[in-house]
Design a protein. Sequence first.
Length: 268
Amino acid sequence: METITFHSYRGGVGKTVLSVNTAVQLALLGKKVCLVDFDLRAPSHQSLFISSTFSMSPTAKSFTGFLVGDHEPQSVINSTDKENFYCVFSDIEIFQQKESKVRTKLTQHGEGRILAKLFEFVRYCNTQKFDFLIFDCMPGVTYRSLDALIVSDKIMVVTRPVKSEISGLRLVISECYSKLEGAEIFSIMNQVENIKDLVHPPNPLDVNFAKVNVLGITKCLEESSVPIPLLHSFPRVPFVTERIYVLDEKNHPFTVEIETFCNKLLQK
Ligand SMILES: Nc1ncnc2c1ncn2[C@@H]1O[C@H](COP(=O)(O)OP(=O)(O)O)[C@@H](O)[C@H]1O
Ligand SMILES: [Mg+2]
């Protein structure tokens, strides 16, 4: 089994859309996949799966409850109508209770207890013969994002080529990725401007900005103290919403990109 975490410095870069579609596509290719919504502060998978054409009824307990010792690993995994695809949801209520002990447990270091629970979950998934365990991680440098990175075999660092991302990328490289041992780290550049899709001719100033930002991210990755090869660049596709394109729309440009990405991933 391979454990893969989608991580980023900031939110809104595309971790959820990319990890969900990748996980489902790998299942469509015959791999047994478990996808975990590990954005504990802002989980979104439950609403995504229930409102999409994906047919499932969530009966499992929350991953958040598992992490604090309330549930067994086998009770948090939802099966779906896709034979090979399983998903695990987190619980927003706990994070909204500002003063609760459980919230403190989830946000603090806690002598590595949450990390130990994550390792327990990885071991359980191994016994269930999953091919892939995929974490859609919370962004930034937090104890929990570090935990997910530590248990991973592969890390997908998602970035957008905008100026403000460059300093953030430098920070996560020095604070997180350069300290990890054993994980293979790849980057994904997402929402790259695609001039051919534009209806109005772009301002040459904007075209230049876009190019400079792509070069800025590329340089930052090249200068990284740990190797972070670029695995795939996803163009900004007009009207990509929170849907499961690989199921809903076989010929959608985003589906085609995810298929290409998964083929690259399987060759790694
Ligand atoms: N390649 C893309 N092209 C167009 N829109 C995208 C693309 N990738 C992500 N988005 C959109 O960007 C927004 C943020 O994506 P999301 O996956 O929720 O980010 P994150 O999980 O990193 O916070 C969503 O509205 C999503 O539909
Ligand atoms: Mg997300």
